[in-house]
Design a protein around this ligand. Sequence first.
Ligand code: SAM
Length: 552
Amino acid sequence: MDYQKREIPTCEVCQKPANQTCGGCKLVFYCSRAHQKLGWREGHKLRCCAFKVQFSDTVGRHMVATRDIKQGEMILKEKPAAIGPKMASSVQCLACYKKLEPIKMEDNKTYDFYKCSSCHWPMCGPKCEKAEVHKAECKIMTDRQFKCTIKYETPDKIESAYCVIAPLRVLLMKESNPLQYENVLSLESHLDERVNTPLYTVLKANLVTFIIQVLGLHIDEETILKVASIFDTNSFEVRTPDGSKRMRGIYVTAAMMNHSCTPNTRHVFLGDEYNFALIATMPIAKGELITATYTQSLWGTLDRRRHLQTTKCFYCECARCKDPTEFDTHLGNIYCSMCNGPSGLNKGAMLMSTNPLDEGAVWKCEKCDHTILSKQMFWGNNALKGDLNKINKLNPRGFEEFITKYSQTLHPTNHLVIQAKLSLIQIYGNQKGYTLSELPDHLLKRKIDLCHELLEISDKIEPGWTRLRGTLLLDLQSAMTVETKREYEAEKITKAAAQDQLMESMTLLQEATNILRVEPYMRETLEAKIRELASQLEDKMEEKNGSELSVD
Ligand SMILES: C[S@@+](CC[C@H](N)C(=O)[O-])C[C@H]1O[C@@H](n2cnc3c(N)ncnc32)[C@H](O)[C@@H]1O
């Protein structure tokens, strides 16, 4: 099908002159509504999309918008080509991916997992054991008399044996679904860069041995490692909202999306089949790149670029990575110890990389000549990250102490401080002992201030309808509603002011709803919140009308 715009448009169905375009891709023409409907039924519905895949020597294949895309629009919905456990995983069912708990054995003393009666991989029960996704791998393992030896030892033990399952599923597709196999094998692998790394040396020893020697499959070592490498380069982490299921999936069209540290999409996984849905977080103009992030947006440039290099084999050179201030967020910067010391004259002056695209470049103060080596930055960063990771996530004290302890080194929007602040937002208002009704006024205010601060940062680095913005808005509006109620009850504000503040909360809630309504698990929460806030607003209106009447 030639999608190039023709000089005189002709109808896709009858080839007569046409003056109507397809509303979806705006690339094909029709002479009438009837022919548009016919064309759709005859196959355009399978081809109509808002993007095309282009190639460049520097960044390979990438997605480009073929028309203007609206904020919040679903750009792509795709089934997984292959899905399976992560390389190393706690014990999970091979069919539904549920994390497994051990059960009491017949001796009434020992504990172990339910096992597939044929191949002995832990599964959650007889139904999953018979699931379609497990059939081919189970048969080949059973035919070769292989029995999985995973058994219950300690809670949450991570098993590296899972590294064989996802690649095996792709390798078996060569027989069962050759077209899809070719699609997967056509993806970027970066095998040359990975093959001599310690991880791939281990994979050679266990994955390759398992496929060739244990299962007796006639597949060469390079293809086996290439499939593993394709997973590492292209797979998405698929997880259920409650975090109880985590796996990795390959989506061949979504895999064409390149990375940006300021992406214009986010994605969700829909239904039991984990269909991938790509959502535009920003309006995307025709011709613009459609991008996703492969890393953590709230990390500083040093960490993001190092992470992308080690996991995806490229150094990002996007506008954010080039800017030493990261769009004035200063996420990666630290205070200059000379300027901010007791005798320092330039309080607030920061150290910045002299060349953010070179991770070995020196870091220099923006005001004085003080410099430090990049390895000192890495070292300091890693040490403080270690400190952060050790903090109890259910209690705010550790995070508040972290922020105070490093306030002379890390300014308030350094990425490590931002991580601590995000944890505080999640604790205040949610954790036991810190629910909104339990929070004292000063901590309620702290939560509100932190939400505003994080919203400002997220607007700069990941603008638009991101999940972060949606959840921050929800947190903010809940806290603001409680604050309004308290202020009104304490007679600090008038009924009219309370009503205005509740209206402001409603505006935030409506925006959060626009952003998050595509997340299936959020629907009920959002609806309940809207009902609750609407009824509070109604009460205030009635009270207001009542008081106005009594004044009259
Ligand atoms: C999931 S694939 C994306 C599609 C890929 N470009 C291709 O041609 O198949 C990920 C790989 O694309 C390349 N890539 C993605 N984003 C990039 C970027 N911003 N700059 C340079 N290379 C990028 C890297 O080679 C990366 O490992």
